[in-house]
Design a protein around this ligand. Structure first.
Ligand code: RB5
Length: 152
């Protein structure tokens, strides 16, 4: 089971806490990188912090970490995460997105909008994300091209 890092801005601390409890009940190891309270913060700080944790863990041991980032829409914090090398963060609004993000894009992070996705839907989206395998094959070449863009 991969370790899961969770990051959020002020739109998502309670949402994140609910998901952490849910994931711990499923025996996932979870680390919350903040933010922890309702005070206004900037999503790039927490998108980057979470993505760096995921990238560092995966550099130590390949495919050993996933990340979940949460802001109001999932957009800003997901864009932030994708600035980090070897991160493929997918903004998902339903389980089909999550399935494709894993199966075709080998996404290692997911971005969710706490203000637009019901928490029960978020649990289902995350379940799909965490349990869908990357298909490899022709998708492997495309993911390698994604990684190469980071290097330029
Ligand atoms: C913060 O109000 C909001 O802009 C942020 O949570 C996120 O939705 C940005 O993409």
């Amino acid at each position: 089971m991969r370790k899961i890092f969770i990051g959020n801005d002020h739109a998502g601390p309670e949402y994140a806490k609910t998901l952490i409890t849910y994931l711990k009940e499923k025996n996932y190891e979870v680390e919350h990188v903040g933010s922890f309270g309702p005070e206004s913060v900037d999503y790039p700080d927490f998108g980057e912090a979470c993505a760096r944790k995921v990238a560092t863990q995966n550099a130590k041991k390949e495919n050993s970490a996933f990340g979940i980032v949460i802001c109001g829409t999932g957009l800003g914090i997901g864009i932030s995460a994708n600035k980090v090398k070897n991160i493929r963060c997918a903004h998902c609004v339903n389980s089909h997105y999550a399935e494709m993000a894993r199966a075709h894009n080998d996404a290692n992070m997911i971005a969710l909008g706490a203000r637009v996705i019901d928490i029960e839907d978020a649990k289902n989206i995350i379940d799909t994300f965490l349990t869908t395998q990357f298909e490899g094959g022709r998708h492997q070449r495309r993911v390698e091209k994604l990684n190469a863009i980071n290097c330029n």
